[in-house]
Design a protein. Structure first.
Length: 123
């Protein structure tokens, strides 16, 4: 069974920092996120979706993407690295660009645009 997961290279010397997207092929909707450690963050998203589906409790995610994964199948969810961002100070601006480009707030899974005042802590 195909998972729809785009596998990240976990053998990098340093974690990849940047913007990633979760895309549901059945609904044509995106979720856009930013992370200092993309591989780790993607694994967390994927584990949360799979765990909720395994327990048959997709609604506990509290997120429409979980409901769509349950309704249409987890294989309809694709994960893409949208942009590698070398400077941590540029993460929010890059995330904002992708959220707007993919219209992931109005017609997607993001609940709001990234906060301009957000500061990155340890992930």
């Amino acid at each position: 069974m195909s998972t729809g997961l785009t596998r990240c290279n976990t053998r990098r010397a340093t974690p990849m920092m940047g913007i990633y997207g979760l895309y549901c092929e059945a609904t044509d909707k995106w979720y856009v996120g930013a992370s200092e450690k993309i591989e780790t963050r993607i694994k967390e998203h994927w584990r949360n979706i799979r765990d909720a589906m395994d327990r048959n409790c997709y609604r506990t995610l509290g997120h429409p993407m979980g409901e769509d994964a349950y309704q249409f199948g987890i294989e309809t969810i694709r994960i893409d690295i949208l942009e590698e961002v070398p400077d941590k100070g540029d993460l929010i601006a890059c995330e904002m660009y992708w959220v707007r480009r993919l219209d992931s707030v109005r017609d997607g899974y993001n609940r709001h645009e990234p906060f301009q005042h957000w500061s990155w802590g340890n992930e």
